[in-house]
Design a protein around this ligand. Structure first.
Ligand code: GAR
Length: 196
């Protein structure tokens, strides 16, 4: 009998370019599948992308996520890993407890720099640009209660040219790193889990 695939739920609030990349990457991998996409915003482009690929979607708003533990846990009953791909709500404690070391986030900076409350998406690139940093990058990490504080799994950096960059040029460099590395890191972690 063949082993069932590892099932991912991808949580996304916005554009969903990481989601799209993850879906495409695993569409040809028999051992890992994107089984569910969750968004807190019904109008998120991420949901549109998921529907185009025929992946089940669910909108879970802020109140349900924070307060309706039974509903959320039931929704995720057959999920092995939760992937946060631009998901902007805080993950409640009950979910962290239900998925220990099984919730993975991508953050568009070299944590611990430019992390924490209010540091997401373009806000990060604006801060990095304003500080004249010589490099930026991405951090893929396990999710714990502290915002952007969980154990890092992998970091990838890119050089910046202080004075020549804008938040948009930095965003573009970060986007390339995310596209190049996020799915492969997810695959690595999920495979370790399968072999353990
Ligand atoms: C990505 O750059 C991701 O790193 C960032 O949001 C963007 C989502 O883009 N996440 C955070 O800032 C989390 N703190 P996408 O919706 O096109 O994948």
């Amino acid at each position: 009998m063949s082993t069932p695939p590892i099932r991912l739920a991808v949580f996304a609030s916005g554009e969903g370019t990481n989601l799209e990349n993850i879906i495409r990457y695993f569409s040809s991998a028999p051992t890992i599948e994107v089984a569910l996409v969750v968004s807190n915003r019904p109008e998120a482009k991420a949901l549109e992308r998921a529907r185009c690929h025929g992946i089940p979607c669910k909108v879970v708003n802020r109140t349900v996520l924070a307060e309706d533990e039974a509903t959320v846990i039931a929704l995720l009953h057959d999920i092995d890993y939760i992937i946060l791909a631009g998901f902007l709500l805080r993950i409640p404690t009950y979910l962290i407890d239900a998925f220990p070391q099984r919730i993975i986030n991508i953050h568009p900076s070299l944590l611990p720099k430019y992390g924490g409350k209010g540091m997401y998406g373009h806000h990060v690139h604006e801060a990095v640009c304003a500080a004249g940093e010589k490099e930026s990058g991405i951090t893929i990490h396990f999710v714990t209660e502290g915002i952007d504080e969980g154990e890092p799994i992998a970091q990838f950096s890119t050089p910046l040219i202080p004075g020549s960059e804008t938040p948009d040029t930095i965003a573009d460099k970060i986007h390339r790193l995310e596209q190049a590395h996020f799915p492969e890191v997810i695959a690595r972690i999920a495979t370790i889990h399968r072999e353990a």
